[in-house]
Every structure is written in structure tokens, then in C-alpha cells.
Write a protein that binds this ligand. Structure first.
Ligand SMILES: [Zn+2]
Length: 166
């Protein structure tokens, strides 16, 4: 946890200090707009009626941590994050391709790239994962196929339901 937190400079925050939006963006090295977005996503100031708005360090830290935890826990091993749906989705099995990326993640774990189409909105979804993580998930058999026939046909067969207004 602490490693993730520090990457976002969360550990720079002092629990009992209050910060203005500008100070937050400076301390956390994020854009002012980002702080503004956090506000919209539920970050609570000490006093709504007070100007400038002040945010308590411990509250900001808690907000960011729960955000990280939520994003992480959202994704199961067989899911890919859809940017359009803002959630983890299980891609349509027929659309899944898994390729080995020429990169090692350390501990002898090799990186794989999972691609597919979101069953909800049809957007391309992509996830960088590892051999180890996808083992025994629905992605695993796709990897086997992928390595056997890399030059597959381009016509991916899809059951496309005509949907209007979506
Ligand atoms: Zn989607």
C-alpha cells in the first residue's frame, strides 16, 4: 500500500494540516483540474461554505487511498478495465486475444497483453497482465491459440446486435 501511496505523493500530506486546492496540487504534484475532479468525485472540504476551500490532509489521503483500492479491487483476473464504462468488464470471449509482450515483469513473470471488446459498449479494451495472473482464467486458452497462429484472419467473427441510441 505504502508504495502506491508514495507514488502519488500521498505520504507528503500531513494529516493534521489543512490545504487549499492550490496547495494540494503543489504538494501532490497534480494538475489543479485533478483536484477539482476529486472534489466532484466526493472529496470533502473541511467547510463547504468557507473560501478558499480547505482540505484536511488525512481526509485527502483517505480519499485517494480508497480510490486506489477501489480501482484495484474492481478488476478480477478475468476482467479488463473499460475506459468508456468506467468499470472492469469480462470481454466477449470471441473477441479476446492474448499476446506475449517481450517484457519480463521480474520474478520470472512474463507480461501479456489482453485485448478484447467490451460486451457493454463494444469499445476496445486492453490490459497488460502477466502469464501468472491469467493462468486458469478465461484468458489462458486464448494465449495458447494466439501463439499457435499469430497470422490469423482479420475477419473476427462477431455477433453484432444492432443497437440504436447506445
Ligand atoms: Zn465498455
Amino acid at each position: 500500500m505504502s508504495r502506491v501511496s508514495c507514488r502519488l505523493n500521498i505520504c507528503r500530506l500531513r494529516s493534521h494540516r489543512s490545504y487549499t486546492s492550490a496547495e494540494l496540487s503543489q504538494t501532490l504534484k497534480v494538475h489543479a483540474q485533478t483536484v477539482h475532479n476529486w472534489r466532484k468525485q466526493g472529496l470533502q472540504p473541511i467547510d463547504e461554505s468557507e473560501r478558499p476551500l480547505l482540505f484536511l490532509g488525512s481526509v485527502v489521503r483517505g480519499f485517494l487511498r480508497s480510490r486506489i483500492a477501489r480501482r484495484k479491487s474492481k478488476l478480477q483476473a478475468n476482467q479488463v478495465y473499460c475506459l468508456r464504462c468506467h468499470s472492469g468488464v469480462v470481454p466477449d470471449p470471441q473477441t479476446i486475444t492474448v499476446e506475449v509482450v517481450g517484457r519480463w515483469l521480474g520474478n520470472g513473470v512474463q507480461a501479456v497483453r489482453v485485448r478484447g471488446l467490451c460486451p457493454g459498449c463494444g469499445a476496445n479494451v486492453i490490459r497488460l497482465s502477466s502469464m501468472k495472473a491469467i493462468f486458469l482464467t478465461s484468458f489462458w486458452p486464448k494465449l495458447q491459440q494466439g501463439t499457435q497462429r499469430l497470422s490469423g484472419s482479420h475477419s473476427t467473427h462477431l455477433n453484432t446486435d444492432e443497437r440504436t441510441g447506445n
